[in-house]
Each structure stands twice: as C-alpha cells, then as structure tokens.
Design a protein around this ligand. Structure first.
Ligand code: ADP
Length: 635
C-alpha cells in the first residue's frame, strides 16, 4: 500500500477518528452515515408513491361518483321527456313518470351514500332540494316551465359532476389515456346525452296537439349540431386514449360504434319527422323511442368509458403498489445483505487477528515453527505474510544464536579444560620444587629441570592463548574483502615459514597458477601458513614435499595442498578441524587450534574445507572459495 502524502493529509481527520474506534463501531458508524440519507430518500420516495396512490384512489372515487350522478341525470332526462309528453297532452306517459320518480329516488340514495365519503360541499344538498321543488311544481307549471325546471336541475347535476372531478383530481389527471377518458366521462358524453335529451323533450312537442312552438325548430337544429359535435369529441378522445393505451379498449370501440349509429339514426329521425316535415307523420312514442334508443346507447357508451377509466386507474394503483413493494422489498433485502456482509467482514477481521495473536503468543512461548495460515486475500493477509517472514527470520536467528551459543559453550569448555592442563603441570612442578627446597633435599640440577619444565608449560600456555586470540579474531577482526592474488599470498606464507622450511629442507611449490579472488588478504596468508606449517611439521623423514594446486569447479575454486608426511587415520578427518584436537600429542608440539582457525576462515569466505589421508602415505587438505566477483561476507 502506497502512502500518498496528499491523500493522507486529506483523510487525516477520518483516519484519526477510525484509529480511535473498535471494528464494530467503525462499521456501525459507516453504516449509519450511509443509511441515514438513504432512509430519508426512501421515506420521501415512498411518501411520493403513497400520495400518488391516494390520488389515484381519489380519482376512482370521483369516477364512481360521476357514474351515480350520470345515472341520476339519465333518469331525470327521462322524466323530463315523459313530463313534456304528458303535459303536452299524452296521458300514456303517466305511469312511466311515477316509475321514473321511484328510480330517481334510488339514484339519489346511491349518491347520498357516496357523498358521505366525498367532500362535494353544499352542492349536493342544494341539488336535492331543487329536485324536490321540481317534483312539487312540474305538473302544474305547464310543459315549457317543467322542461326548463328539469333542464336547470340537469345543468346543476352536470356541474356537480365537474366539481367532483375537480375535487378528486380527475380534472388534472397526469396521464394521457385517463385524461381523455375522463374528459369523455365527465364532460363530453353527459353533454351529448343532455343534447339528445333536450332534443327528445323539445321535439316530442311536435307530435302534440299544439305542435312545435315557434322558434323551437331552430333550437332543435342547433341542438342536433351540438350533439353531433359532442359525439365527434367523444370519438376523438377515445382514439387518443386508445393510441396511448390500447389495453384500455374493453367494450369501448364497440360501444362507441353502437352509440354513434344510434345517435345518427335518432338525428335522422329528427330531420325526417320534425325538422323537414310540416305534418307530424309519426306519433310521439316512435320519436321518443328513437331518441331514447340513442340516449340509451350513449349511456351504455358512458358506462363502457367509465369502466375503461376505472381500469386505467386501477392499473395505475397496482403499478404504484408494485413499485412501492419493489422499493421497500429491495431496500430491506439490501439492508439485510449489508448487515450480513458487515457481520461476515467483522468475523473475517477478528478471526484473522486472533490467528495472528495466537501465533505471536506461541512464538512468545518459544514455538518458533508456528506460522499464520493465510486464509484471506486482503490487507490482513499482507500482515500475516510479514508476520510469517518475521517468524522465519526469528526462527533462523534463534537457531543461529543457539548454534553460536553452543559453539561458545564448547569453546569455553575446551579452552578452560585445555588451558588447565599446562597450568596444573606448572603448579605441580612448583609444588614439588617447594617441597624439595623446604626439605633442603633439592639438588640444583633437579630444580633446574623442574623450572625448565614449568617454563615450557608456560610457553605452551602462551602459544595456546595467542592462537586462541587469532582464532577468535577471524570473525570479529577480519578485514574487508578485496582482490587477492593467491600466488602472492602463498609466497608470503612461505616467507613467514622460511626458518622451518629451510631447517627441514622442505620443497613447497604450486603445481598450477593460483587465481585472483575476492578475499581477506591477511586471512588467505594465514590459511596457507597453517596448512603448510602442518605439512612441514608432520613430515616423514627428511625433505618434505608440499604441492599446492587450484582448479575451477563451476562457481567455485577448489584448492588442494598435498604433503608426503605421516598422515593420519581416515576416521579422524573431521575431528582434526575441532578446537584443541591433536592426533600426535606426544610426538609433536602444537596447540590444536591451527586447523580450527583454517575452518573458520574458509567458512567466513563462503567455502568448505576437508582433508584426506592415510597414516604413512601423506595427507591432502582441500578447500573451496567462491569464484564470483563478489563473495558474500559471512561474518
Ligand atoms: P597442531 O597445533 O596440533 O598442529 P592443528 O589444528 O594444526 O594443531 O592440527 C590438528 C591435528 O591434526 C594435529 O595435531 C595433527 O595431529 C593433525 N595434522 C594436521 N596436519 C597434518 C598433516 N599435514 N599430516 C598429519 N597430521 C596432521
């Protein structure tokens, strides 16, 4: 993870806050910050849907109201027509009038029922009163006055219908299909029916004994035109609504076709029997029936349009409810899923952390082999990986420490043990001398012998201590590696051994040219000197032969130093490299530290050292050195 300073500065306050919180709180905080505005948004959205549902339901109630008012209007229109005929002098309409009044009673009861649910104001009670007065007066007022009173009542009912449409939002309906259907149901169709009703009521007088009053013919022509225009509007509305929503058809088209042809037929009857006829050729009943047929059909059309409108509104309510359920259900599911994920995340984090804690505790108790299982692929796995690397490093370091501690213990043990031997010898020499001197029995020669023995032991100790010092300094006082010409190193080693080489008449020579490698120059001379001095020391007879050679093997050089000395048993080839190991203690002087020092030097350079020999047949010492440009320094 990169640390961008700009980003870090930007997120600093949030980072400080998160640093202070435990995981459940962190997650609760983030969830709250996201959920709050989302909740408000959801609340508003659902509120909006609810009010749209309310409005649509209100519109449905308005449609139902208009259906009932339309039924009332229809029956009042019938009553008006019958009253006109009855008052015009045709008593056969008498029973029909009474029946229709009973129907109107029922229509009004139905409107009373729904008025309680809808706030239609004072208009409805006023209208009822008006009807009561129409009923009281029409029989005595004369045909003309009755017609006008009925017509005024009907106008009031129609305006109640539009008022209720306003109150219930029908007028401002937001969708095209329902808007055009509403326009037909509330405005155009009732108007068309009313024009037809007036034509029926007015025209029927033509068949009466008094005939058609003056000027009524013109009024009828005008009404016929208005009825036709209203039907055209109804058709246009229907076509527009069905273009937007073909599913709203139902019985609409068929019903319109029937109404349209019935209206055309009725208007043709009007033309034929009333407008263009000077003599009434038809009875009032026939004319009345033709107009009534047209009105029935247009009320049937009104019913079909009302049903279509109700269907559209119900569909809208359903769609809104579905949308609301989808939004609420989806939000609930998302919320549950988020909670589920938060829980999973919390467990994942705490589990990964407790694995880390468990592993650290085990390592703390000394179980160095413990590693954290990397079961996640997030940032915690990165921590786990570094933890495991650290544990491996620690394990290695502990092993190395243990090894060097053992080495140190061994070294201390060997050093104290082997240094004690000459010291004890000196002490016993001196005690013996003291006893002899006190007893006065000492002879000078014996004392001198004891003293020189003690001195020899002390020299031995000195040699051991100085050898130990150079052994211990191989690691600590080594010089940096640089390019060393090993041919020259060999010459300098020989120089250092000149006295013993000359005394023994030894021949020391390189069989092959020696390479240049990167190494500690002083330690290279020391290495050659130790091995060659042994070859000279452990010689067999005179004129020892020491041959040095080098050969390349892959990435390293292998050096060999062979002699023709006394050799040693093959079983001791490893022991001779241990500290203070000496195979020929009695016959040869030595400290047993030389080869241990050689081993330490070679290993510091990244190489190995080993020996081959057989007693009486000479020995060969081999060691390797990395040939690379940059041999690693191994302490
Ligand atoms: P020392 O001071 O005794 O020579 P080293 O560590 O140099 O100690 O050698 C360890 C022992 O290995 C010697 O004591 C000797 O017994 C044996 N040794 C070393 N080099 C040779 C050799 N070239 N031939 C035979 N024995 C050898």
């Amino acid at each position: 993870m990169k640390d961008d300073p700009g980003l870090s500065a930007f997120f600093a306050p949030a980072t400080r806050l998160m640093d202070r919180l435990r995981y459940p709180r962190k997650m609760a905080l983030m969830a709250a910050v996201i959920a709050l505005p989302l909740g408000v948004f959801l609340f508003l959205l659902v509120g909006q849907i609810n009010s749209a549902v309310e409005k649509a339901l209100g519109e449905k109630a308005g449609v139902e109201y208009s259906r009932r008012v339309a039924a009332l209007v229809r029956d009042v229109q019938l009553h008006r027509g019958m009253a006109s005929a009855f008052l015009g002098g045709d008593p056969s309409f008498g029973p029909g009038l009474a029946e229709t009044e009973a129907l109107i009673e029922k229509d009004m009861a139905a409107i009373d029922e729904i008025s309680a649910l809808l706030d239609a104001g004072e208009r409805w009670p006023e209208l009822k009163e008006k009807w009561a007065s129409v009923l009281q007066s029409y029989r005595w007022a004369g045909a003309q006055a009755s017609f006008e009173a009925h017509t005024e009542f009907i106008s009031g009912a129609l305006s109640l219908m539009t008022h209720v449409a306003d109150v219930t939002n029908l007028t401002l309906d937001p969708d095209l299909d329902s808007f055009y259907l509403m326009d037909s149901v509330i405005n155009k169709l009732p108007l068309a029916a009313e024009y037809l009703g007036r034509i029926r009521g007015t025209g029927v007088a033509a068949a009466m004994p008094g005939g058609l009053p003056q000027g009524e013919r013109v009024r009828l022509i005008m009404l016929a035109g208005l009825a036709r225009a209203a039907m055209d509007d109804v058709e246009a509305n229907m076509l527009k609504a069905l273009a937007v929503n073909p599913g709203a058809d139902g019985a609409l088209r068929a019903s319109f076709a029937e109404a349209d042809s019935a209206v055309k037929a009725a208007l043709a009857t009007l033309d034929e029997k009333v407008i263009f006829s000077s003599e009434p050729s038809a009875g009032a009943a026939e004319y009345f029936a033709a107009l009534s047929q047209a009105m029935d059909k247009s009320y049937a059309l009104h019913g079909a349009a009302t049903e279509s409108l109700e269907g559209v509104l119900a569909g809208r309510v359903e769609a809104l409810k579905r949308k609301r359920a989808l939004i609420l259900g989806g939000s609930a599911a998302a919320l549950l899923l988020a909670l589920y994920l938060f829980g999973g995340n919390y467990l994942s984090v705490t589990r990964a952390l407790s694995r880390l804690v468990g592993a650290s505790e085990k390592i703390g108790r000394g179980e160095m082999g413990v590693r954290v299982p990397l079961e996640t692929s997030d940032e915690i796995a990165t921590v786990g990986r570094s933890f495991n690397e650290m544990a491996s490093g620690l394990e290695k370091a502990v092993a190395e420490l243990r090894r060097s501690n053992e080495e140190l213990e061994h070294f201390a043990y060997a050093a104290s043990h082997d240094l004690k031997a000459p010291l004890l010898a000196v002490a016993s020499d001196l005690k013996l001398m003291e006893r002899r001197l006190r007893g006065g029995e000492a002879e000078e020669a014996e004392a001198a012998e004891l003293l020189s023995d003690a001195l020899a032991q002390l020299e031995m100790m000195q040699a051991m201590i100085s050898d130990l010092l150079s052994y211990s300094r191989v690691g600590t006082a080594g010089r940096p590696f640089k390019e060393v010409d090993l041919g020259q190193a060999l010459e300098r080693a020989k120089d250092g051994l000149r006295v013993s080489i000359e005394e023994s008449g030894a021949r020391v020579a390189a069989d092959t040219p020696l390479p240049r490698i990167k190494a500690d120059p002083v330690q290279m001379v020391m290495l050659f000197q130790n091995i060659i001095s042994n070859a000279v020391k452990y010689r067999r007879g005179d004129a020892p032969e020491v041959r040095v050679s080098a050969r390349r093997e892959g990435e390293e050089w292998v050096f060999s130093i062979r002699d023709n000395g006394i050799g040693f048993p093959a079983g001791d080839r490893e022991r001779i490299f241990e500290l203070f190991a000496r195979l020929h203690k009695d016959r040869y002087p030595g400290t047993g530290i030389g080869l241990a020092t050689c081993k330490k030097i070679v290993e510091r350079h990244g190489g190995r050292i080993w020996a081959e020999s057989e007693p009486g047949r000479g020995s060969a010492f081999h060691f390797t050195m990395p040939a690379g440009e940059d041999p690693r320094e191994l302490s």
